[in-house]
Structure formats: structure tokens, C-alpha cells
Design a protein around this ligand. Structure first.
Ligand SMILES: Nc1ccn([C@@H]2O[C@H](COP(=O)(O)OP(=O)(O)OP(=O)(O)O)[C@@H](O)[C@H]2O)c(=O)n1
Ligand SMILES: C[C@](O)(CO)[C@H](O)COP(=O)(O)O
Length: 264
């Protein structure tokens, strides 16, 4: 099922430019441990997905949010989103659409992208699992796309040294893995979301990768395979991905810090 929620205004028409955000939220969250699908789990009493939708709608540029729900969970997600205000603003006019997702993140994004009208020129793809991305990071990505970059990723330098290893498989699984290299850390970046794209570029990238039967762990990686340049803008430490149980502790701490700061 797909449905539209217009939060108190004239839909997408209230915003000047056509930017849409696709939020893949169809994952199970296996690495987080047993429980509800990750996007529906609460952070300070509010589902992670709602935080992520608010983060996108908080950008004045974003007029449409497409939420990609678990394949059989679109109705439940629609009801959930309807139960939470999008933001504190009565003038908010962001449109929120819910569509069912697929078996992989890539398939979920492709299905979300299919719900983005052709009038949209800039598309953000943002993990529901990165609920706390600040609006300034979202705006910086949108601005870089509008300035002419076909693909933009927010990213941070690495804090750890990275080793390339030879994985042990089969009968040798579990044995220590030999190190085969140490890439120059200064040349590496840890990539976050929202990733921003010229719409036609992102559509072409997903079509190519689906045709070739390949996989990619992020959307910018698909665009790279088209031979199109991807550029990096500064990411933010609060845009981390909630992946493992300790990340929930960090997310609650970030929200507590925001509440404390708001109190001043
Ligand atoms: N079939 C899938 C798989 C993932 N995602 C989404 O892609 C984002 C990033 O994925 P990840 O953090 O890996 O989430 P999960 O796949 O849920 O995590 P895990 O691998 O631990 O199960 C998440 O917002 C997740 O909901 C999706 O929409 N559809
Ligand atoms: C898109 C992403 O968040 C960029 O860092 C990441 O690649 C998603 O990976 P996951 O394994 O699906 O969480």
C-alpha cells in the first residue's frame, strides 16, 4: 500500500525546489539483536524511523519523503507515522509516502525511487538507521547537488587504522586472518547518509546495477560504477548508523545532550 500524509499544508507545493528524500527502512536489524524491525524500535520513546523522517523534513529543501517499509509492513508503518507529528511546526508541508521495500537495501531504495515523481530533480537517500543526522548536514548535501555535483556523500575521516586481510573461510574459518595490507588512512573516509543525487543519475545507476545483477553497499558506489564523479562533503559524528546494541546507548546519550542543550 502507499499513502500520502500532508502535514497541515498544501503538500509539496509549499516548498520552492523539488527535493525528495528516500528513507530505506525495510531492514530487520539482525546485528541489533532480537526485537521489532530496527526502524520501528524506540529512541527516547519515539521510533527510530520517526526521528529519521523528522531529520529529512527538518530541511527546508525537502518537500517529499518516501519511506520504504518492510515488504509486508507498509500499512503498519503508515499508521505509525500518522500517530506522530512530523515536527513542532504547524506550517510544515512535507508530504510523506510509504511504499513496501525489498529483500536488500538496494532493492528497497530502487522501490522508493520508483515513487519519486519525475518533477523532482534532487534525491536524497537516507538510512532510517541514521536517525540523528543534523539538519545542517542534510542541507550541505542538498546544496552541493544543487551547485552541480551529480552525486554527494557526507563522510568523516577514520579514527582507526584499517587493515586489509585475507578472510579465512570453510575449514579455516575462525583462524587468525593474515594481514595483506594497510591502506593510507589519510586517503580513506567513512561514508554516511543522506547521500544526494541528481535524480536522473541515481535512476540510471540503479537501472545499471539491477540489469547487471550486481550489488553495492551504498548508492554512491553504484554511481561510481557509471563512471560519474562522486564528491564528499563533511559528515557529522551524530549521523552514525545504529547497527549494534552499543549504538543505541550512544543514540540515547546524544538525545539526552540535545534535550539538556535545549533547556538552556
Ligand atoms: N532489505 C533492506 C535492508 C536494509 N534496509 C535499510 O537500509 C538501512 C541500512 O541498513 P542496515 O543498517 O544494514 O539495516 P539492517 O539491514 O536492518 O541491519 P542488519 O544488517 O543488522 O540486519 C536501514 O535503514 C535499513 O532499514 C532496507 O530498507 N531494506
Ligand atoms: C549506506 C551506508 O550507510 C553508508 O555507510 C552503508 O553502506 C549501509 O551499510 P549496511 O551494511 O547496509 O548497514
Amino acid at each position: 500500500m502507499s499513502a500520502t500524509q500532508d502535514h497541515g499544508g498544501s503538500g509539496a507545493s509549499g516548498r520552492t525546489a523539488r527535493t525528495a528524500a528516500v528513507i530505506p527502512a525495510a531492514g530487520r536489524g539482525v546485528r541489533l539483536g532480537p526485537g521489532a524491525p530496527k526502524a520501528l524500535r524506540p529512541l527516547s520513546g519515539t521510533p527510530m524511523l520517526v526521528h529519521a523522517v523528522r531529520a529529512m523534513a527538518g530541511s527546508r529543501s525537502v518537500s517529499l519523503v518516501v519511506v520504504v517499509a518492510p515488504p509486508d509492513g507498509a500499512d503498519e508503518v503508515r499508521l505509525l507515522l500518522d500517530a506522530y507529528p512530523l515536527s513542532g511546526s504547524l506550517t510544515d508541508t512535507t508530504e510523506v509516502v510509504v511504499v513496501p521495500g525489498g529483500e536488500t537495501r538496494q532493492e528497497s531504495v530502487r522501490k522508493g525511487l520508483a515513487a519519486v515523481p519525475e518533477t523532482v530533480t534532487t534525491v536524497l537517500v537516507h538510512d532510517a538507521a541514521r536517525p540523528l543526522v543534523p539538519v545542517d548536514t542534510v542541507d550541505a548535501v542538498v546544496a552541493a547537488v544543487r551547485d552541480g555535483a551529480p552525486a554527494v556523500v557526507p563522510a568523516l575521516p577514520l579514527a582507526d587504522t584499517v587493515k586489509e586481510v585475507e578472510p579465512r573461510t570453510g575449514e579455516r574459518a575462525g583462524e587468525p586472518e593474515p594481514v595483506v595490507g594497510t591502506p593510507d588512512r589519510a586517503l580513506l573516509r567513512a561514508v554516511q547518509t543522506p547521500q544526494g543525487f541528481d535524480r536522473a543519475t541515481l535512476v540510471a545507476a540503479h537501472e545499471k546495477i539491477a540489469l547487471e545483477g550486481d550489488g553495492a553497499t551504498d548508492d554512491a558506489g553504484m554511481v561510481e560504477r557509471l563512471g560519474v564523479e562522486v564528491v564528499v562533503v563533511p559528515g557529522h559524528e551524530e549521523a552514525f548508523k545504529v547497527t549494534r546494541p552499543l549504538d543505541l546507548v550512544l543514540a540515547e546519550a546524544v538525545l539526552a545532550r540535545r534535550r539538556a542543550n535545549d533547556g538552556f
